[in-house]
Structures are given as structure tokens and as C-alpha cells.
Design a protein around this ligand. Structure first.
Ligand code: ZN
Length: 332
């Protein structure tokens, strides 16, 4: 009896997925421009609700995607980020009117969408990605990462940051622009989160000392070293995300050992039965396409690494961090 009550309580844990790419066509059955199965966008959202996901922050990774993210956020009562991902930062230079016009266009979107339902709650996704410099050279990435920081200062918005294999340059730019202390509050900024963290322990320590929050997903829990880092995140600075449709947790990841202990009831909520796209039937998840409902699995692994809190306490702590940083007052 006590056990079943405990399980029910656990399934009631609530989440805000702070990094979800709901603009991706795969949620409508389209993969690389090819329709592989029926549109199941609403079923994806339904599965997330059943799994305790109360809200989401939809990632805007370019000018167009930010507009799309805001449209979805307004339709569904979620939130969005507005910015340009480092791998898309060449868009600044190709834009009609040049980089300044692109930045102004992002600025206009922010100005018009900073209040109310479905609003923009962060500047980003921006940062540096040196694993994928074939999309944009480091110099291009750096220039347009720096320019987006001005928007965070202007609107006092938190940053939604991406840093991959670029830590040194990443923190240098943040420091040069005044974000080296207290998340940039002295220069008009408002902190922020380094999402999908996959870095080293010393990098983690540096980001936390600068006043940034750290968000983890399945990609942050792939190796034993990843788990050591996840264990070192201060719970007051922790956030959770799925990065869906990316960053699924798989049986080959180090996280699997911890997921083995996940009760069946929760396992069914967070990792619903899936089929290959070719074998799709409405109501099933799709292999390799991550969904926001899996956030509870990320929370489970993190809790296993932080036994000083219960699963429910961890979820509530992360909820509070998220509401505070992004100013989601209606969820407090
Ligand atoms: Zn990212």
C-alpha cells in the first residue's frame, strides 16, 4: 500500500521542459522533407501532459524558427526563446540588409513578445559550437554570439546558451560582455542557463561561479564522466530538459544503469512503447525521436546521483529554479 502510494506520488512530479524543439517537422511525421508517418503532434503533447510536463520553453534557433516557436507557444500556452543558434549564425551575414538587420529583426520580435501568454522568456539559443564549424566558422559564430548578448541586456532577459567544444572562447566572450559575474546582472543581463551540458568538471565549476544555471538532458548523461559532472551540479542551479526530438536516452548510455531502477509505472509514462517510423501507428512513440514526456527519466537519473533529495524534492527544486530564472510568475 505504502509502495503504491509512493509510486502515485512520484508520477505526480511536475516538470517544465526548458529545451524542446517543438518546431521540428518530425513531430508532424516529416523527416528531412519526407513524410514518413501521420501527424501525431497532439499525441506527443498529450503524452507529455500525462507524464507531468506542465509547461515547456520552445527553442528558437533562428529568426524564422523563433517566430514559429512563439506561434506554438501562444497556441499552447507555453513559452519560447528568441535567438540564433551558432550553427545557423551564417544567416546573419546572408540576411537582406546584413547582420545588423538580422539582429534588429530579433530585437523587434522580442519587443513585441515580451509580455503575456506564449511570451519570449530568454535570448537564445545562442553560443558556440566548435563540433560543427562546417555550418559556420568559429569567427562567424563568435561575432553573432556576442551581438545577441546585447539583446539580453536590453530586455533584461536570461540567456539560453549552447556551448559545445568551445568552452574557452565561450566564457571569454561572456566575461568580456559583462556576464562573468552574477550572470551579467550588473550590465543589465539576467543570468541564464547553459543547456544540454556535456562539458568537463572544471568547465561546470566555472559556469556556475559566473552565476549560470546548468540544464541536462539525455546527451548530458551518456558517459561515466558525464554522470560525475551531473553529480557536481548544485541543485540550486539545476534545470531539466529533453532537447526533443534529439538527445534520447538509449540502452548504451551510462544513464541506463540508473534507469534500470525506474518503476514500471513511471517507465511507461516517460518512455512509452515506440516503433520505427515505417511501422508507425497513431498512439505509439517513434524510435529515435525523443519526446518531452521523457523528462521524468532525466530527473530520475539526476536524483539517483543526488540521493540527498527525494525524486519529488528534486522535481520541485528544479521547478522553482526554472520559474525564478525565466520569470514564470504564473507557475509559481
Ligand atoms: Zn543546443
Amino acid at each position: 500500500m505504502a509502495n503504491s502510494l509512493q509510486l502515485r506520488a512520484k508520477s505526480m512530479a511536475r516538470f517544465i521542459d526548458i529545451g524542446v524543439n517543438l518546431t521540428d517537422p518530425v513531430f508532424h511525421g516529416k523527416y528531412h522533407g519526407k513524410t514518413k508517418h501521420d501527424d501525431d503532434f497532439n499525441l506527443v503533447l498529450e503524452r507529455s501532459r500525462v507524464a507531468g510536463v506542465k509547461s515547456m520553453i520552445i527553442t528558437g534557433g533562428s529568426l524564422r524558427e523563433s517566430q514559429h516557436a512563439l506561434k506554438l507557444a501562444k497556441e499552447h500556452g507555453f513559452y519560447a526563446t528568441v535567438g540564433c543558434h551558432p550553427t545557423r549564425s551564417a544567416e546573419f551575414d546572408k540576411f537582406k540588409g546584413g547582420p545588423e538587420a538580422y539582429l534588429n529583426a530579433l530585437d523587434d520580435i522580442l519587443r513585441d513578445n515580451i509580455k503575456g501568454n506564449g511570451r519570449a522568456v530568454a535570448v537564445g539559443e545562442c553560443g558556440l559550437d566548435y563540433d560543427r564549424t562546417h555550418f559556420a566558422a568559429p569567427e562567424v559564430q563568435k561575432k553573432h554570439f556576442r551581438s545577441q548578448l546585447s539583446l539580453a541586456k536590453k530586455y533584461h532577459l536570461p540567456l539560453f546558451l549552447h556551448s559545445r567544444a568551445a568552452h574557452k572562447d565561450f566564457v571569454s566572450i561572456l566575461r568580456e560582455e559583462g556576464f562573468g559575474v552574477n550572470g551579467g546582472k550588473e550590465v543589465g543581463g539576467n543570468g541564464g542557463v547553459v543547456h544540454s551540458f556535456t562539458g568537463q568538471l572544471d568547465e561546470l565549476a566555472e559556469l556556475m561561479s559566473m552565476g549560470f544555471h546548468i540544464s541536462v538532458n539525455g546527451c548530458s548523461l551518456k558517459t561515466a564522466d558525464n554522470l560525475t559532472c551531473a553529480q557536481a551540479i548544485h541543485l540550486d542551479l539545476l534545470m531539466l530538459e529533453t532537447d526533443a526530438p534529439w538527445c534520447s536516452m538509449t540502452g548504451a548510455h551510462a544513464s541506463k544503469t540508473h534507469l534500470n531502477a525506474l518503476p514500471t509505472l513511471l517507465n511507461n509514462l516517460f518512455f512509452p512503447g515506440s516503433v520505427k517510423p515505417e511501422k508507425f501507428v497513431l498512439g505509439k512513440a517513434v524510435k529515435g525521436r525523443n519526446e518531452p514526456c521523457s523528462i521524468g527519466g532525466v530527473a530520475w537519473v539526476i536524483q539517483q546521483l543526488h540521493p540527498e533529495v527525494t525524486y519529488e524534492e528534486l522535481a520541485e527544486k528544479v521547478w522553482k529554479n526554472t520559474v525564478t530564472v525565466f520569470g514564470l510568475d504564473e507557475l509559481s
